[in-house]
Ligand binder design. Structure first.
Ligand SMILES: [Zn+2]
Ligand SMILES: [Zn+2]
Length: 264
């Protein structure tokens, strides 16, 4: 499984792009500003976009992607999300005020965008990969995803806080090759993290320590640029039962069962 981290920041800035992961040539998870790093040809090759939730940092480049592809696509771009997320996008983005409703353009019969409602724990087959939504706990309806391909399993938490139900859901998954977890705020801002339903280094440690089978690798994502150094120094003081990698926008990995190597 080839995973390209087009964006993984909790904000924007020079070389900082918001969440967008490309898996293989055809599949994206989230459509944050990292999507804008693709060439036109790469954008045209995307067939499936899975969204974790409707917050702007995770969807902001989807409307622009559709506008780019409008004339060239022969079949609709398939966008998958929880029903509440689709409703939010239809009501607040593709509403002819903020952006045209591409699910009926250029014509109702063959639009450039097709929404597909998904359910938690229902796997969807995309080529050689199986992708399944898993629970997340956020201020809006949200999910994470597990992607399984040729025996290797990659999991992305999406934006989430920690609670018992979340730990129980991850216990059901068993050992993962890679778990990509957000860690938006430092411990000092745990009140804000609680209100906005994000993780801190302390809650991340609690989460990983509670798992009977911790992941082989932990990838950390979604640090807010203004507190990045503070979060980083707190993360470095943790003792975690997994090898830890702080993701950077532009990272590329090849994941095989029991092996994950960065692209050199
Ligand atoms: Zn969010
Ligand atoms: Zn976010």
């Amino acid at each position: 499984m080839k995973i390209e981290v087009l964006g993984c920041s909790g904000g924007v800035g020079q070389q900082e792009f918001t969440t967008c992961l490309k898996i293989g040539d055809q599949l994206l998870i989230d459509a944050g500003s990292g999507l804008g790093e693709l060439t036109q040809e790469q954008m045209l090759a995307i067939e499936h976009v899975f969204l974790t939730h409707a917050h702007l940092d995770h969807i902001c480049f989807l409307p622009l992607l559709l506008d780019n592809l409008f004339e060239q696509r022969k079949t609709p771009l398939q966008v998958y999300a929880l029903p509440e997320v689709i409703e939010a996008l239809q009501t607040h983005i593709f509403n002819w005020t903020i952006w045209p409703d591409f699910s009926c353009l250029p014509c109702q019969e063959n639009p450039v965008l097709q929404f597909n409602p998904i359910e938690i724990n229902q796997p969807i087959s995309i080529g050689d990969a199986l992708i399944m939504a898993i629970p997340a706990r956020h201020v809006v309806p949200a999910c994470g995803y597990v992607v399984e391909e040729k025996g290797s399993r990659f999991c992305f938490s999406g934006d989430t806080r920690l609670d018992e139900a979340l730990i129980n859901a991850y216990q059901q998954l068993g050992e993962l090759d890679v778990l990509m977890l957000e860690c938006a705020f430092p411990n000092r801002l745990s009140d804000i993290a609680h209100q906005s339903q994000h993780l801190t280094p302390t809650s991340l440690q609690t989460f990983i320590s509670a798992l009977d089978s911790p992941p082989k690798q932990l990838w950390i994502t979604h640090l807010k640029p203004s507190v990045r150094d503070e979060v980083l120094s707190e993360l470095m003081q943790l003792s975690l039962p997994a090898s830890v990698h702080l993701l950077c926008s532009g990272d590329t990995f090849f994941l095989e069962h029991n092996r994950c190597s960065p692209k050199t």
